[in-house]
Design a protein around this ligand. Structure first.
Ligand code: DAK
Length: 258
């Protein structure tokens, strides 16, 4: 991979988008590599949490690569959009828990890839925004769909229509960031959260993730039905037997299903 770094330790993968000279902007090659990386991760049982971050101390991802897009045709734009659609879809729906460690600018496609993660932890210097309409286009990597689902229709429209950049505290206030931490503590904070998540039932978490993601795309009744089905499915696992037995026997549960 030319544009990504990946380290796996203690069942946590840290994936770093590594194009610091262009503030980690997403070009087609990087999108293809992300897709390949996420395809691999979703089949790996030795990875339970993915932390996605950007190289350097200034930027998470400063958007799609404008130098590549400037002369692209409509067909090339669509190809790029589909690359991101596939990669971000994999990221959003993989059984692993995904945490965006937002270490600076998360603009356009950068804000959008962070929103395809389950959780966003922002450093104090992080800045979020969707500047696309100022470039004569619109969010094309999921921003018009995921942003309103996260912060509500009114706030999403304001951010997209004004191109305003918001800081980490404002992102936290509106629910775009789960937490704000000092930059120097960002990765450690995410790893601690990952370790806590890994100590729970990973298979049960993957079922809960599936229920939340699918449930938000269907009517309430269908979502509740799906939840009931997945709840039932969890009763077929060794983890459910172990988790409940451990509680009754007043001991620590050893949950291993994934
Ligand atoms: N693409 C390419 N290069 C970028 C870049 C980007 N998005 N962002 C920054 N860079 C490059 C700069 O050109 C500069 O390169 P050199 O001049 O050194 O060669 C280097 O990174 C450092 O940037 P600056 O010198 O500008 O640094 P500053 O600290 O002054 O400013 C900044 C930082 C993040 C505020 C600024 O760089 C900036 O505004 N960047 C652009 C942010 C942006 O507009 N991002 C959104 C891109 S649009 C689709 C259609 C469209 C899209 C998706 C799909 N389909 C058709 C499906 C659009 C998506 C987007 O994300």
């Amino acid at each position: 991979m030319n544009n990504l770094l990946m380290e796996v330790e203690n069942e946590i993968a840290v994936v770093t988008i590594n194009r610091p000279k262009s503030l980690n902007a997403l070009n087609s090659e990087t999108l293809a590599e992300l897709n390949q990386c996420f395809c691999e991760i979703e089949t790996r049982k030795d990875i339970k949490v993915v932390i996605l971050t950007g190289s350097g101390e200034k930027s998470f991802v400063a958007g799609a690569d404008i130098s590549e897009m400037v002369n692209a045709t409509a067909a090339e734009g669509r190809t790029m959009g589909l690359l991101a659609y596939n990669a971000f879809g994999k990221l959003e729906n993989m059984p692993q828990v995904t945490i965006a460690a937002v270490n600076g600018f998360a603009l356009g496609g950068g804000c959008e890839i962070s929103m395809a993660c389950d959780i966003r932890i922002a450093s104090e210097n992080a800045k979020f925004g969707q500047p696309e309409v100022g470039l004569g286009t619109l969010p094309g990597f999921g921003g018009t769909q995921r942003l309103p689902r996260l912060v509500g229709k009114g706030r999403a429209k304001e951010l997209i229509f004004t191109c305003d950049m918001i800081d980490a505290q404002e992102a936290y206030r509106i629910g775009l960031a789960n937490k704000v931490v000092p930059l120097a503590e960002l990765i450690d904070y995410c790893k601690k959260m990952a370790t806590k998540i890994i100590s729970k039932g990973s298979y049960a978490i993957s079922l809960a993730k599936s229920a939340i993601n699918t449930g938000l795309d269907v009517d309430l009744s269908s979502g509740l039905k799906l939840e009931a089905d997945l709840f039932g499915l969890s009763f077929a696992t060794a983890d459910k037997k172990e988790g409940m037995s451990a509680f009754l026997e007043k001991r620590q549960a050893k949950l291993t299903d994934f």
